[in-house]
Structures are given as C-alpha cells and as structure tokens.
Design a protein around this ligand. Structure first.
Ligand code: GDP
Ligand code: MG
Length: 441
C-alpha cells in the first residue's frame, strides 16, 4: 500500500539505524530522505517543511529521555511525527444505532463504501439497511442493489426523489444502522449542496461522511473544507489507497482540513476496508505491523480468531491441522501479502513463493494427506520421516513428493511465523529497541 512512500520512509528509518553519530549532517541526510518520500507522495510542501524543522530542532536540541539513546529517540520521534502528520487520532465510529449519510463527487467510491460499511457493521453484529438515494444516474440504484446482495443486507429504494426514498426508508426500517448512498457531481455545485443539505436534515444524519479518493493527493484538503462549509461533515473516508502513490498527501491533507478520517478503502472488494488508525497505519507503512490489524482483518473476513491461538501460531507452535486451517483462512482473508503487512516485521520480508501459490487443487490434495496422518503425526509433523511419508502417500493416494511438499510448506510457515514473532530482523536488527517499544517483539 502507498508504494513508494513506504519504501522511502523505511529507507529513512534504516538510515537512522545505520548512523554512526547523530550530528547535524546526519540529521540533515535523514531529513532529505524523508522530504523526498513525503513530497513524492504529494504531501503539501508547507507541511513537509514544518515537519523537517521540528525534527531538526528536536533531535539536535532535546535531551533523549532516560534509558534511550539519541538514535532511538530520533526513531521514536520520527515515528510520532509521521503519525501526527497522517492523523493523530483513531477515527472512531461507534457500534450504536445511527444514520450515516455518504457524500462526495462522482466516482469517489460512495456506493462501494456503502457496501463496505454495511459489512463492517454486520460482522460486528448489527443490522444494516442501505438507502438508494442516488436517482441522478440511471444505473446507480442497480449497482447498490448488487453490492447489497453480495453482503446480504436490505436496500430501500421506494420513491422517486432522493428525499422521498429517504423518507420511506426511515418509515420502513428497523435496522440499527442506515447508510444513505447519495448522488455525486463533477464538482460541489449548488445543486449537489442543496440536495445533500436537504437529505442531511431530513434524515437527521448522525454522521455525514465525505468520501474522497486518495489519488487527488493534497487537493483533499480543499475538497474537505468546501464540503464542510456547504453541507457540514463529521468525518471522511479516503478510498483507493491501494492504487496511488499520492495517498500520503491525501491523508495529511485530510488531517489538516480538520475532519477525522474514519475509514480507508484499500481495494475494490468489500473486505478491502478498515477503520483508520494512524498509529497502526504508520506502523505498517514502515514495516512494524501489529497483531491487532491482523485480528481485525480476520474478523471482517468472517473468520473465527482466538487470540491465544494466534499467539501460539506466531510462536511456531502449531499442528498440521492448524496449518491447514490457516491456509484456508488465508484464502478467505484475501491476498496473503496484504495480510503479511499486518504482522510485526513482516512488511519488509519476502514471502516464500511456496506459500503464495497454494492453489485450490493443492489444498484438496493436502487435505487427503493430512487425513492419512495419525493424530500423533498431525500434532508433531516434525517427526514424520521417510517410512511414514511412504505410508501416508499410499494411504492418501498421492505421491511421496506431494507429502514432502506439504511438509516443506509447513516447515516454512513455522519458520516464518517464528521469525515474525520473535523477529529475527527485529531482535538482531538495529531497530530492535523501537520494535520493543511498540510491543512488536
Ligand atoms: P461513487 O460514484 O462515489 O458511488 O463511486 P463508486 O462506488 O461507484 O466507485 C467508483 C469506482 O471506484 C468503482 O469502479 C469502484 O470499484 C472503485 N473503487 C471504490 N473504492 C475503491 C478502493 O478502495 N480501491 C480501488 N482500487 N477501487 C475502488
Ligand atoms: Mg454511486
């Protein structure tokens, strides 16, 4: 996600880690690296310059807190600065009965977000209704109906005008959360402002969320301010962070506009959606993911996660059955590489190719193989040696090579999980202290 921004920032952190002494010249070299990364991501020049100033000032003048080296302080401070550049606070959307109105220009991702938000609430146990207030474009309501059927929630679409549809929905609905999908325009003109205002007061929206695509970069600030002035917004959703290098600029701009980013869209699918937490976001960007992110993702994919188990898996203590289950869940959770970004220290690691192309056919074969193992073998796959391999292959009607491939993949996963948890990179690497601070090791 965010492509070059992540790489650039990781380079800046690496540069700090590699510094011999932290003097003016060294700080300057890091600041330059940082500036390059941020400007490339379309962060406003003024913001970049202010941030650079604060870093120079603090690193060269502050005294690091007790128990922290200057280098560690530098790293920690840079992290904190990045977090406050991109948002500072977690965008909370409470799990309560509420009405949410989505606003935004054409193609910003409102209708897609309607489905994503619906799913987000649904997996958290709430009932949802979608209200199809986009009567402006012929196909808009049909698009919403299709999205709704995918997440299995009701659509209210009775009426001719947006106002009438909204009124009918309010009358008919007993849902906890109603999400009003509205029409966009090419620009925030009088007509759009009037329609949104009317709808907002008619439905007494608890939240008016402005949907903005990340690819407009720092222009997000002006758009947010304009919408806020004309219709009043309570927060924002930044979409399409997956497909642009300008996402950093958009997030920073959203933050200075004064409206909190509540959610982010990171892909076209219904699960490519997260509540926005700048700390976690920056953590992932610079390669210190967090286990919470992984757990949340698992939850929205409808996968049962038990914390104790996740911990056990990360420690590499897992049975063949666990391994098989994990593979199945990875499929459900979407791309493995996306998931890896959320595990501490995994962001920068290369994923073994074997783990990536676990195809469905292979999964089926592996299922037979695992079923042919004894309980003892499933619990201690490390003990499976030559003669057992022959027996298992025969019993499952597969080749010995298949059994070996499964064992190899299991071992790789085991090693990988251990690395992620204990963090070879994190333990030995110069960033170890930082990792510890963030609870990543
Ligand atoms: P609306 O006009 O504001 O309702 O926008 P839509 O919801 O119809 O979205 C416009 C296009 O953007 C569609 O093709 C969506 O699939 C796409 N889209 C929406 N959100 C995202 C996202 O987070 N990532 C990507 N890659 N595409 C998105
Ligand atoms: Mg739409």
């Amino acid at each position: 996600m965010l492509g070059s921004l992540g790489t650039g920032l990781r380079d800046a952190f690496k540069r700090i880690a590699g510094l011999g002494v932290v003097d003016r010249e060294a700080v300057e070299s890091v600041v330059r690296e940082l500036q390059r990364a941020l400007l490339q991501s379309d962060v406003d020049v003024q913001l970049v310059s202010e941030l650079s100033g604060r870093i120079r000032e603090r690193v060269l003048k502050d005294k690091p807190p007790a128990g922290m080296t200057l280098k560690e302080y530098f790293i920690k401070m840079l992290y904190d600065e990045l977090v406050s550049l991109l948002g500072a606070e977690k965008g909370e959307v409470g799990l309560r009965k509420q009405r949410i109105l989505l606003a935004g220009l054409y193609g910003s991702g409102k209708t897609t977000c309607s489905g994503k938000i619906a799913k987000w609430f649904k997996v958290r146990g709430m009932s949802i209704g979608l209200v199809a207030c986009d009567t402006h474009r012929a196909a808009a309501q049909e698009q919403l109906r299709q999205i709704a059927s995918r997440v299995d929630v009701h659509v209210y679409d009775q009426g001719k005008s947006p106002q009438e549809i909204a009124k009918n929905a309010l009358k008919a609905s007993k849902d906890d959360v109603l999400i009003f999908d509205t029409a966009g325009r090419d620009a925030l003109d009088k007509e759009l402002a009037k329609e949104l205002k009317e709808l907002g007061s008619l439905v007494k929206a608890d939240e008016v969320l402005l949907v903005i695509p990340a690819d407009i970069g720092q222009a997000a600030r002006r758009q947010s301010e304009e919408f806020n002035k004309l219709v009043g917004i309570t927060g924002m959703i930044i979409t399409k962070l997956d497909g642009t290098a300008r996402g950093g600029g958009a997030l920073a701009a959203a933050h200075v506009s004064g409206a909190a980013v509540k959610f982010i869209g990171v892909g076209e699918k219904v699960d490519d959606f997260e509540s926005y937490d700048p700390k976690r976001f920056v953590g992932r960007l610079i390669g210190y993911g967090d286990i919470e992110g992984l757990l949340e993702k698992a939850k929205s994919a409808g996968v049962e996660v038990d914390d104790g188990k996740a911990k056990r898996l990360l420690e590499g203590k897992f049975t063949m059955d666990d391994f098989y289950e994990q593979l199945g869940q990875m499929g459900k959770m979407g791309s493995l590489s996306k998931m890896m970004e959320m595990i501490p220290g995994m962001g920068q690691m290369k994923i073994p190719k074997d783990m990536m192309d676990v195809q469905e056919g292979r999964m089926k074969k592996w299922k037979f193989i695992i079923e042919s193992m004894t309980r003892q073998e499933r619990e201690n796959p490390d003990e499976i040696k030559a003669s057992r391999i022959t027996r298992i292959a025969k019993g499952s009607g597969t080749a010995e090579a298949d059994v070996r491939a499964l064992l190899k993949s299991y071992k790789q996963a085991q090693k990988f999980m251990k690395m992620a948890k204990g963090g070879k990179g994190l333990k030995r690497g110069p960033l170890a202290a930082l990792a510890k601070q963030f609870g990543a090791s």
